[in-house]
Structures are given as C-alpha cells and as structure tokens.
Design a protein around this ligand. Structure first.
Ligand code: AGP
Length: 606
C-alpha cells in the first residue's frame, strides 16, 4: 500500500528518487517524502498529497547527497499529513516503511521510558527509535537483526544511517521488496515496477531477509544474520509506454484496451488451428484434484465468483470461493486433492499472499492467475497463468478483470476436457464463440452515449442497486464496486432473487437500479424480479443482449443492449456498460478517476 525507493550512487540522487516516487504513486498517494545523507547529516523533506507537491519544494530541488530513500504513503496509522509522511528520522537514522507494526504501542511506551521523543502518530517511527536504541550497543548488522526480531507485523524497510554514509539497509517481512543493480549505483524498491526505469537486473528479498546496499555491491543476510547468496533475475526489457495517449484517464484507456487484452489472452492460450488449449505442464495429474478453491480480494474476488459458475458448468469439480482476508483466518479443512487458485492483478495483495502462504505451509497445490509475472504471488505459486493484459494503472480494475475471467474460463475448459467432463466437439464450439469475443467487446464499447446520459441520474442518487442472477450475479457485484470506488456513491450488488428477502425495503421512488438480464437461463426469473422493483418506484436501467424478441415489461427507464453470444460469455459483455457507467458518473463529479480517494492500486497491507 506504500511505495519505497532507495538509491546508493556516485552522483546526486534526489531527482531520480522523485521520478521513481511518481511511478510508485499507484501504491498510495496520501503523502510523500525523501531523505538523503550529505555533509554528515540526514536531510529529510516531506509533503502532504502527491509527489508533485514534494517536487515543488525548492529545498528538494537543491537537495544534495548520493545516498537517499523516498516514500509514497497510503495511511494506515495516523492521518495523511506531512508529519506522518515517511521517511521518519532521528538524528542518526531515517526509515521508510510499507506494512503494519502490530506491537508499535508496546515498543513506543518502552522507548519513551528510555527518553525517546516521538513526533508522529505512525507505527513506523517506532522502528527509527528502536534501531537508534540498538545501535548504542550493536554494529549495523546486529542492530538490524535485533530490531527485526523485536518487531511484530509486516514490513518492507529502507534505512539510512548518519554514521554509515556508504550504505542503505533493506529488510522484508510480509511486504514485497526488491534490490536493483545499476552502473556505479544500486537500488531498493517496493517492486520491480519501481526499478524498471533504472535497471532490469533485480533480486527479490524473501521474508525475514535483509540486505546492505553499497554503490558497488550488495550483501544479503538471513534472519539469523548469516550472509546468503541471492539470484539476480534479468526482467524483460520491453518498457511499455505507460502514458494515457489521447485518453483523459488511464481508466478510459484501459476500458478501451479490453479487446486487445482478450486477443492477447486468446492468442496466448488457444491454439486456433487445432482447437486446443495451450495450458501444458500442469504439475498435477487429473485424478489428484477433485476440488478447486478460488481466492482473491475485491475485483479479483468477483473474478473468482464468476469462475465458480464456469467450473460448475464445465467440470465435475467441487468449487468453492473465498475472500482472501476471510480465508486466511478461517478454520480451513485442507485436503490433499484440493487445488487453490489465487487471483490477483498486482500479485502483491497482502491478504491474497497470506492466503497463499498458509496453503503452502499446509502443502496444498497452488496456482496463481496474475498480471504481474514477477510478483510475489506468482513467484511463490507452483503454477502460474499470466493474464497478459499489460500494466493497469487505473486503481479501479477494468481490463485486468476481463483478463482474469478470460484465463479462468479457459482454465475451466481445459480442466473440463482433461477430466472428460467436456466433449471435444463442445469445446470446439465454445472456442469458436470465444474467438469472436474481442470483436463483440469492441462493438459493445460503442454503447457510450446512452451510458453517459444515464450516468447523470446515478451521480445524483443517494444509493443504487445492481441485480443479477447466475452468471450475471458476479458482474452485478463488480458493477457496484466500480460505482462505489469511483463516484463514492453507495451501490450494492445483489442476487436478483434475494431482493424479496429484505433489501426490497430499500427501493423507493426514483432509486436507480441496474438489472442485468441477458437472454440466458435466468432471463425470465430476472425480469420478474425487475418488475418487483419497478412496481416500487425504482428507475431501472436494464442491461440485456440484442435479441429479436421484445422485453416483456413496461416502465423500464432505460435499456442497453450488448452484443449477443453464447451464455458463458455474456458476462464479458455485460461488464462493459457497468465500467463506463462508473467512469462517467465519476467524471461528472469531477473526481480523480485514476486515483480515487482512500484507495491504492496494490493493497500490500492487511
Ligand atoms: C478493483 O477495482 C479494486 N481496485 C480492488 O478491489 C482490487 O481488485 C483488489 O485490491 C485486489 O487487487 P489485486 O487484484 O491486485 O490482488
């Protein structure tokens, strides 16, 4: 949830740190700060809000020092202001931190008794004073080792020292951290994305490890303080263009990129000539798996819910879905023949990673469906299915959602065929429809004007409901999440058949309600549910697919028709108008669409 950068160089580092922090703002943007070592002193400058505010500070522009650390924050302890911004420094030590120190209150009380003075409300500041205290008796490596042992909770740390003007220390437990290697300089960063513009040679720290970064070499240490060797990975060099192009927002660009996302996924996983699915070297035999548990957070969780319907439809597997933050504390019954699938765009979500770690500790089979193939979840899963949708910058996930459900759909087809649950002939027909999907999405993206009009009603509403049955229910949840996180309007996704069991009481005159009713097996039932809410005054936006037969109902406020295809694939098309509805609602409110308030792109704290 926060972004860390550190640079140890033979030339001034402040400008490079600031540029790297701008690339890290997707991880948090409440506040930002930088600290460098020069003339034997720690110079620390911090500001509230975006990195631009920090950069405007003339002191930053003239900041000296060839060693420095920087940080962008998403507040966990203490409000987002310049006092609580990182780095946090004493006279001798400066620290940037991503994670949560769970015993910070206890440690703070102990340190205050020893005379330490605290300036901020953060848990991080405890680390500064604890290291300062330990340095009184130990050398650097031992004081770091001792400090890490005393900390409970999660951290990725970057630390510089007044009396050690040639090194930066990095340490990791539960929050990702990487080292990068450059010419006459070396780097520390929250992830490879932060370092990509400077190097493609990366080493990832594992939990418990720490490192000492000099300008010409890096030493790695185990939790016990023993020197260890670590692999240097060469990441792919293709530096995609991360700019918005002609779009006003990254989210707008990423919505329009979805046909390409689907094309990439289909090209990667479908052998169109032989009607085969290119998922090979699955590390388990078909009779070793009899159940699948899909785990994720937020939009990724909705992808898991969507996949449940497909796995149940196309395979004889038992299928369960769980929210990662619930799963990790549940009294789980781990069974040998279960396959755990972790869905995550960033591959760094703390709750999802913790769920993966728990499964690995119980010797479970693990598979990751991720967008960032160098991510922690990908690296630590036995089997990885990348979604290949390119970098997604908008905090509200769009193309990654379609990429996730595409790969999960393809996986359900593959396992269906492998297990003999899906006939080859049936597979060929499904693949035929699948290959047409990018074009259908392209056509559905054109339903723009009507969406812009109806968004006026949504952005003035007190609240709204999104209803769907069967395949459409996970999409209703996703549509509601999009509207919530972009326009800050309360929106609730609900199973259409459940309304009469309570939520119908919410419906009042003029309340906007989205009803997803494609012509699938659930169509007639959903139309009945729609009439129940219309009868109570709801303004219904019906989203269905093109068809020759008329919708049998009156008093529908607006209807949007997406393209038609087989019912497995209708969820892809229903998603498009919902993404645009959320986008235009937020646009009309003038909110920051790519960086909505209180959120971050990668939630690396629990
Ligand atoms: C989606 O629009 C949200 N930004 C959020 O729910 C996100 O899907 C969730 O935090 C999971 O992120 P991940 O896919 O990177 O694990």
């Amino acid at each position: 949830m926060c972004g860390i950068i550190g640079i140890n160089s033979n030339k001034p580092v402040s400008a490079t740190i600031i540029n790297s922090l701008k690339k890290l703002e997707y991880r948090g943007y409440d506040s930002a700060g930088i600290a460098t070592l020069s003339s034997g002193l720690i110079n620390e400058i911090k500001s509230e809000g975006r990195v631009d505010n920090l950069e405007k500070n003339s002191l930053v522009q003239n900041m000296e020092g060839t060693i420095g650390i920087g940080h962008v924050r998403w507040a966990t302890h203490g409000s987002p202001n310049s006092i609580n911004a990182h780095p946090h420094s004493s006279q001798n030590v400066s620290v940037v931190h991503n994670g949560i120190i769970e015993n910070s209150t206890l440690l703070k009380n102990m340190l205050v008794k020893k005379g330490h003075k605290f300036k901020s409300q953060t848990d991080t500041e405890v680390i500064v004073h604890l290291i300062t205290e330990n340095l009184k008796k130990e050398n650097i490596v031992n004081s770091i080792k001792k400090t890490l042992k005393e900390l409970q909770g999660s951290f990725a740390l970057g630390i510089i020292f007044k009396d050690e003007p040639d090194l930066i220390v990095g340490a990791r437990r539960g929050s990702p951290l990487a080292v990068g290697y450059g010419p006459n300089e070396n780097y520390l960063g929250s992830d490879s994305y932060a370092l990509k513009s400077m190097t493609n040679k990366i080493t990832y720290l594992n939990d418990g490890e720490f490192c000492v970064i000099k300008k010409d070499h890096v030493e790695f240490f185990s939790e016990e303080g023993n020197k260890i060797n670590k692999k240097v990975l060469e990441l792919s060099n293709e530096e995609e263009k991360y700019d918005k192009g002609d779009y006003k927002h990254f989210m707008a660009k990423e919505i329009e990129e979805q046909p390409i996302t689907l094309k990439n996924g289909i090209k990667e996983y479908i052998d169109s000539v032989n009607d085969e699915i290119n998922i090979y070297n699955i590390p388990w035999k078909k009779n070793e798996i009899s159940s699948i548990i899909l785990i994720g957070c937020g939009t990724a969780y909705h992808s898991c819910l969507m996949a449940k319907y497909w796995f149940e439809e196309l395979t004889s597997l038992d299928v369960n879905v769980d929210i990662a933050s619930e799963f990790r504390y549940r009294k789980n019954r781990f069974k040998k023949d279960s396959l755990y699938v972790f869905v995550s765009q960033s591959g760094e979500t703390a709750d999802t990673y913790a769920a993966l770690d728990l499964c690995k500790k119980n010797d479970m089979k693990t598979c990751a469906v991720v967008n960032v193939i160098e991510s922690s979840i990908a690296r630590d899963s036995e089997f990885v299915l990348p979604i290949h949708c390119g970098t997604e910058i908008g905090v509200a996930s769009t193309k990654a959602f379609l990429g996730q459900i595409l790969i999960l759909y393809i996986l359900s087809l593959k396992l269906g065929v492998l297990r003999g649950d899906l006939e080859k002939k049936a597979l060929s027909l499904k693949l035929k429809h699948l290959k047409e999907l990018p074009k259908l999405v392209e056509q559905t993206l054109l339903t723009d004007n009507k969406i812009q009009n109806v968004s006026n009603t949504f952005n003035q509403a007190k609240g709204s409901m999104f209803l769907g049955r069967g395949f459409s229910y996970p999409i209703a949840l996703e549509g509601a999440l999009k509207l919530k996180e972009l326009s800050y309007i309360h929106a609730e996704g609900y199973p259409a058949g459940e309304m009469k069991h309570g939520p119908l009481a919410l419906i009042e005159e003029g309340m906007p309600v989205v009803v997803l009713a494609p012509r699938d097996d659930y169509y007639k039932k959903t139309i009945s549910n729609m009439q129940e809410v219309i009868a109570r005054g709801a303004k219904v936006l019906l989203i269905t697919n093109k068809s020759d037969d008329e919708v049998v109902s009156e008093n529908i406020w607006e209807t949007i028709e997406v393209e038609s295809t087989n019912q497995d694939l209708l969820p892809f098309l229903l998603t498009i108008p919902l993404q645009k509805l959320a986008y235009y609602s937020a646009l009309k409110k003038g909110y920051d669409i790519d960086k909505p308030r209180n959120l971050a792109k990668s939630v690396t704290v629990e």
